[in-house]
Design a binder for this molecule. Sequence first.
Ligand code: GLU
Length: 431
Amino acid sequence: MNDAAPRPSAGRPLNLNVRGLDVSATLAINERSRALMKEGRKVHRLGLGQSPFPVPEPVRRALSDHAHQKDYLPVRGLPELRAAVCGHLKRTQGLDYDPASILIGPGTKELMFLVQLCYYGDLVIPTPSWVSYAPQAQIIGRSIRWLPTRTETGLGVTPQALDALCRKDPDRPRLLILNSPSNPTGLAYEDGQLAEIAAVARRYGVLVLSDEIYGGVHFEGRHVSIARHYPEGTIISDGLSKWCGAGGWRLGAFAFPPQLKWLSDAMSVVASETYTSVSAPIQHAAVTAFSGGAEIDGYLDRSRRILAALAAFATERLTAAGAAMSAPKGGFYAFPDFSVHRDALAARGVTASEEFCERLLEEAGVATLPGTAFGRPEGEFSLRLAYVDFDGGPALDALSAPGAEADESFLRAHAPDTVAGLERLADWASG
Ligand code: GLU
């Protein structure tokens, strides 16, 4: 998959934890797709998970109004922004945080790396999980414990699986990353499930990193944080990349309970010695994003309706083609498993997950990522697709028209490459 990516040479004196790692799968597929398109090939770009929507207008305006801001900002972040993040958590989750307990970083990805660096404990993640959690642990030298999952429970964390792991060594320090809505499955945990997982985490003192980067694009607008059930042991992670369409702005925020002040202090020490502070104009603009308001609410409402319609279309088409998958409840991913076609695929010379995605790209022009990048077994024909290959600006405008519905003809008109990519995938896999 990563032909375009530079691979660290095994013969050089590289840190052993970095040796053998490739460029992150999400970024490599993006570069590969671009390279193929440059050669004149048609590519349906369902690989990288980037928001298709523009940054909301008031947030863009705030950025240009603050282009003159040039000074270094406090390591932990602009005070107004930290207050705005608290306001956002109060409005969306009813949770109270002190602005002093917020840490702003250059994307949540970097903050996740810092938390794994500063906290001494095993990383616990379900299979499948987002592509970068495990490599970050590997780079730092932490042990990784993959939690087994089942299709019937949406490939998510269950209290039983967490309990079974922790029971073997109850006092061991552990960091569970719980991502809801999930990348790669679109699973959004229900409140009751979160309460049960929280009870197990509390019993064993497991630190929970609640990755809520897709919280704003829960299709029904009812994202729930596990921090409501386990505030003292949860760090909330949120940012502008997904619900605010600003992945390239690189702005993330962590919210810590008072009990974990020592950890946020340690992370800010490392931040001060590495990235210093996040870009000043971006932090000023983020104040507007986290402050919300009617315009941003309308933008979110229309984004969710479009994404929900695409998720429903994908689920319908892919399950009709034999895929095992759960209907996504939020975010912009689906994680179908085509293992039912194992024999037919083997007859076409496809025997492993990566080969499946490679041939799909070569023969049908559809870029996706193999299940193996998310911790699934080699021989399973699962893949992750991001249904985002469209220009979300005109789609949002079209949905503002009176009486407009995000139905199939809307999707065909406003997300033609995504729809065609899903159809090509369904045909190719069952073909
Ligand atoms: N989170 C996005 C994805 O899973 C891309 C960004 C990244 O991996 O850094 O595709």
